[in-house]
Structure formats: C-alpha cells, structure tokens
Ligand binder design. Sequence first.
Ligand code: MG
Length: 321
Amino acid sequence: MSERVPDGEQGRAANDDLPLARAGKVARAAPAARPGFDRKTIALVYDFDGTLSPRPMQEYTFLPKIGEDAKSFWAESNRLAREHAADPLITYMHLMYKKAKAKGVRIDREDLVALGRGVDLFPGVTEWFEAIGEYVKIRAEAPGVALRHYLISSGLTEIIEGTAIYPHFHNVFASEYWFDAYDLPFPKRVITDTGKTQYLFRINKGVEDLRESINQHMPEESRPIPFANMIYFGDGDTDVPSMAVMRKNGGHSIAVYPPGKPKAKCVDLFKAARIDFFAPADYRRGSDLFRRTCLIIDRILADIRVQEEVWRIGREVARSR
Ligand SMILES: [Mg+2]
C-alpha cells in the first residue's frame, strides 16, 4: 500500500517527510493554500528496473524461487501476450503465479516483500538519497525548499517494499496484487509505460491518493510541484512517454545505462531530445550522474528563487493598490 500517506500529513515540508511511503496509510490531497510562496518542493522521480537496479526485479529472487530461467520466462510471457493480444504486464503478473502454483511454491505477500531484499542496486544507489539531500540543503539558500524521491515502476510494489531503499521514497507507484480475491494472486494495479505518466501528473497536482480522480482541472499555479521542479530518471523505451511528458511540460529527464555497457539507447534518447543528460548508472558522489543531476538541481533552485521574488513583488503590488 505504498501509495498511501498518513492522515494529517498534508502540507508537511522539507526533508522530514521521507519515510511516508513506509507508513502505509492513506494519502495526500493538494495542500491548502498557504500564506507564503509554497512551490518549493523538488521531486526526483525514478523508474526502477534498469534505472536503480541492473535487471528486472523479478529475476533476482522470484524466478529462481520457482525454478524459472529469466530469459525463457520473459520470452514465454512476451509470446503469450503477443499471441493473445494481451497486455504484456498483466500477462507477466499472471504467468508468475501460474508457474509458482504449477511448481507447488506458495508465495504470499510477505514472501514477496522478503524477496525484495535480494534485489541488486547500481553502485551508490543506497547512499544517493542522503547525498542529494545534503546537496539540496547546502545549495537551497532559502528556507522551505523540500526534496522528495518518488518511484514509478511497472514492477511489483511488494518486492520494492522489501528493498533497503524503500524508506527513502515519499511515495511508490508500482504494479500490485490482490492477495485475497482469488485462488491465484490477481493484478490489482498494473502500471504500463504510458500509465506511468498519470503518476507524474499526480505528483504535479498533489493528488497522490489513488482513490481521488486525477482528471479534474487544476490551474498551473495551484499545482504544488511544477514539472519544472521535477527530474525523471529512466533507462529506455519504456520511459519514453514519461520523458516526453516531463520535457513538454518544462521538466527534466536523465537517462542511465549500465556502467561499462553500451549506451546506444541513451544516445538515441538524447538525439531525440527526450532527455537533458545521460550518464552511466553510477550513483556515487562525484560521478557524472551525480554531477549532472546537481547541475539541474542548481537550475531548479535558481528558478525557485526567481519565482519566489516575482511572487513577493506581486504581493506588494496587490497590497499597494
Ligand atoms: Mg526501466
């Protein structure tokens, strides 16, 4: 239930709100209008598979547990999806449990969370969140600037919950199962490539409670986290819709590739102007990725200062009428 936030948490500011995802409660509405300039939250939004972790998360523990070879599992899943014109994500979610059942392996929600502990992360990911937090704190030069990390993944909420980095996310939007509705676990929420963009808008509008509709009109100036304050991190074609939404709305995107491996996909994304930068997925302080992310953060912080000044002048002008 990682998309939820405790009641009464609305409007919490700054870095004190990191562990909300862990709290597993319900949700945040758009914050009420506050007296000061309040569009000072920066959101770093990550894809998971291939971006924070080298391989699809299911390959580390779930598939070995049911005795499946990753390559043949994905080949079968993709073939089935094609044959039946089925959604590939629903197909893989179904096939995983169908195979587990056939092998007589029972994997309930707790087991799935426990499997998350075996997921590998790229170098420096574990320390990244605090390091970037420190950078923002040093460079903010204004009170009230907050930093949040979000995850939007087609992978499984339950596995992500089991990873060591889960507590760093303000919110996690990922595919998820019902565990009690049917004999086999059944997809409760499936996050497709294009579906990911919905969650970008939820972050942008502050409508993170999934029970609330995202479709209601909200003027740009009322949106708590402007796209210009957001950076999206992804690794490939499945991130193109999200990168396109970011860039078209004034936001930022960075693509990563596995250190030491080909970067052709990133070059394509760069040439197509889907991304601001690309870099090896080395999240350690001082890496190209760290440095390039900090460059964009500097720009965001400068924009926030400019907008806050404009807001102050606007308020003075309004008062002196
Ligand atoms: Mg990916």
